[in-house]
Design a protein around this ligand. Structure first.
Ligand code: GRF
Length: 215
């Protein structure tokens, strides 16, 4: 499955995907960013993946054309901080996914990105946060959920500590969803393979704890 990744920042989720896709049914064919010096673009170049700058993020025709020109079959938003135009969402209906650093539908929506998400979680007094991968629709963080994994909030957590703990799970959850989609030939929903959630800190441990819904 040909995968295009859109990223605005550091690209650690992109890196996790690049590492996980090696030798798999998923191939990253394009990394595009709205930020010309985004480290994500450098990670792509290092991996030998074509890159592109999205000069007009609100221009749906141009973004759709870029993705189609590279033959994208799945589009992954990995820290992409712009709203994807409705035209592009429609062109990739059921084929565009996003990773969010909290348990949606809580702590999502406009303005809920980066540090702000974790600040809001801590302010709320929640004892559990987590990561969510969901299908993209025309609104921020709203499309159907494909996979989630919880992460404990610890006493005295700072937004940075919580973000780092959630990010470790993101780096497993996003590749798990992408590889499952590549194997199935379409986006699939992953559910816990066993009753109850287990904390998955060991690399690769999480994928083994998820299974395609209905299997
Ligand atoms: C991640 O927390 C992701 O969930 C959010 O933006 C952050 C991107 O981090 N959408 P990185 O650029 O992948 O390091």
């Amino acid at each position: 499955m040909r995968v295009a990744v859109l990223a605005s920042g550091g690209g650690t989720n992109l890196q996790a995907l690049l590492d996980a896709c090696r030798g798999s049914a998923a191939r990253i064919v394009l990394v595009a960013s709205n930020v010309s010096d985004a480290p994500a673009l450098e990670r792509a170049r290092t991996a030998g993946v074509p890159t592109a700058l999205i000069e007009e993020p609100a221009n749906g025709a141009a973004l759709t054309e870029l993705l189609q020109r590279h033959g994208a079959e799945l589009v992954v938003l990995a820290g992409y901080l712009r709203l994807v135009p409705a035209e592009t969402v429609a062109a990739f209906a059921e084929r565009m996914i996003n990773i969010h650093p909290a348990l949606l539908p809580a702590f999502g929506g406009p303005g809920m990105y980066g540090r702000r998400v974790h600040e809001a979680v801590l302010r709320s007094g929640a004892t559990v946060s987590g990561a969510t991968v969901h299908l993209v629709d025309e609104a921020y963080d709203r499309g159907p959920i494909l996979a989630q994994w919880p992460v404990p909030v610890q006493p005295g957590d700072s937004p940075e500590r919580l973000a780092a703990r959630v990010l470790r799970i993101e780096h497993q959850l996003l590749p798990a969803v992408v590889l499952a989609a590549a194997r199935a030939g379409r986006v699939v929903r992953l559910v816990p393979a066993h009753a109850g959630f287990v904390t998955a800190e060991a690399p690769g441990a999480l994928a083994a704890m998820l299974q395609v819904e209905g299997t």
